[in-house]
Design a protein around this ligand. Structure first.
Ligand SMILES: *Cc1c(COP(=O)(O)O)cnc(C)c1O
Length: 438
């Protein structure tokens, strides 16, 4: 059996027809590469609608969704407070290019929740947030070089594409044509969870390094957790050398805890980047930090940054409606118990098949790696058998479970995933592993 050779119960003919049309006029038929199913083969499903944890494609197939728009939908699809907030905001005007009350409210929610955030600037995507954070760090330090970690993804800005995980990894493109050599040479790459590799870069380039950017819990080579000594080394080396520490919480912000990974891991970054959950499915991003550093941004300071639609009324309305309910005292306990239930069930299902699998899990996110593990960096993530993953992916899809179409991504959970749906997912996995072992 080759991936994608089977058809869903209700077929995929409408998705196939749309895919054909799309490929004539949109490169790869998609607006973002991983959606094209390149890593797993087969026909990408064109989605008609979502409700809570469920998704329906244009052929009428129903799926339990663990992509969740790649993270933003912490309450599931069409969350009523977000839908209401968006409709109300839109009726009063979609954009003004002038300040609004909602921006102030959303910024206050961020500053209250995220330990290191004293001031916030809104942008329209996670890519813009990291790109702007890098510019701010370069402006603040008057240095050009930045350090990132292999397998971490920070959006598609030129200086951050070196050895990025996620889509770039899925497609086997380590970097990208079109990134000027002059830009690429200012990006230094260290190994995740390897303090020595970071130390070596600082020994050689310490006086030129503006910032170290990292994913506190990696999600874009699949879920990988940081060792305490690795985190300690990042903070110590940046402080000692006068560089800034940028914590990219575009995935982990409001997911692993209300205060993000930095509140769980007790981190003290200089700049934090946010996106995804911050907009509840609408386009938004933000970067935040100490007042000192943030006042370096125009018009308070000299580092230019701007956006026609930045902080627009609909995205900020959606963001407020998405984040306020996260203050419920048991929200993250509940999300964690659902995620753990799924991780344990998947591990058991794999165990009976003798197929080597490692499940890495954090609150609200997990990855099933097809390798014995442990998976703790890009090198060990790439030990995964992507052929096994592709077959597993299609078996799950056939059984009505929509997981990310790449080994190197995180499954995203929401508070709308009931225990019953988690158990149905585990049953689907038992069947998928049985087929794989056969
Ligand atoms: C998704 C992501 C980004 C980029 O955000 P976009 O909104 O896709 O531009 C940046 N950093 C991390 C950690 C991400 O997961």
């Amino acid at each position: 059996m080759t991936p994608g050779s089977r058809t869903s119960p209700s077929g995929t003919s409408r998705s196939s027809q749309l895919y054909e049309r799309a490929r004539q006029i949109i490169p790869g038929g998609v607006s973002s590469p991983v959606r094209a199913f390149t890593a797993v083969g087969g026909t990408p499903r064109f989605i008609e609608r979502g409700q809570g944890p469920l998704l329906w494609d244009v052929d009428g197939n129903e799926y339990i969704d663990f992509v969740m728009s790649w993270g933003p939908l912490i309450h599931g699809h069409a969350f009523p407070p977000v839908v209401r907030a968006v409709a109300e905001a839109a009726a009063s005007g979609t954009s003004f290019g002038a300040p609004t009350k909602r921006e102030v409210r959303l910024a206050e929610l961020i500053v209250d929740a995220v330990p290191s955030a004293e001031m916030v600037r809104f942008v329209s995507s996670g890519t813009e947030a990291t790109m702007s954070a890098i510019r701010l760090a370069r402006g603040w330090t008057a240095r050009d070089k930045i350090v990132k970690f292999a397998g971490n993804y920070h959006g598609h800005a030129d200086s951050l594409l070196a050895q990025a995980g996620s889509g770039a990894l899925t497609l086997g493109v380590p970097s990208s044509p079109g990134v000027p050599a002059g830009t690429a040479c200012d990006t230094l790459v260290a190994e995740y969870n390897d303090p020595d590799s970071l130390c070596a870069l600082f020994d050689k380039h310490g006086a030129d390094i503006a910032a170290v950017i990292m994913e506190p819990f990696a999600g874009n080579m699949g879920v990988v957790s940081p060792d305490p000594d690795f985190l300690e080394a990042i903070r110590r080396l940046t402080s000692d050398h006068g560089a800034l520490f940028i914590c990219d919480e575009v995935i982990t912000g409001f997911r692993v805890a209300l205060g993000g990974a930095q509140s769980v891991l007790d981190l003290d970054p200089d700049i934090t980047t946010l996106g995804k959950i911050l907009g509840g499915g609408l386009p938004i991003g933000a970067f935040a930090g100490s007042s000192d550093v943030m006042r370096h941004i125009a018009p308070d300071g000299p580092v230019y940054q701007a956006g026609t639609l930045s902080g627009n009324p609909i995205s900020t309305a959606a963001g407020i409606a998405n984040i306020e309910p996260l203050h419920q005292p048991t929200f993250y306990e509940h999300l964690k118990s659902l995620t753990d239930r799924l991780a344990i069930g998947l591990t058991e299902a794999a165990g009976t098949s003798n197929i080597p699998v490692t499940v890495n899990v954090q609150t609200g996110m997990l990855t099933v790696f097809f390798t014995n593990g442990p998976v703790r960096d890009l090198h060990s993530a790439r030990e995964s058998d992507t052929g096994h993953f592709a077959r597993f992916f299609h078996a799950m899809l056939e059984n009505g479970v929509y997981i990310p179409p790449s080994q190197f991504e995180a499954w995203m959970l929401s508070s709308s995933h009931t225990e019953e749906l988690i158990d149905r997912t585990i049953e689907a996995a038992w069947e998928a592993f049985r087929e794989l072992a056969a």
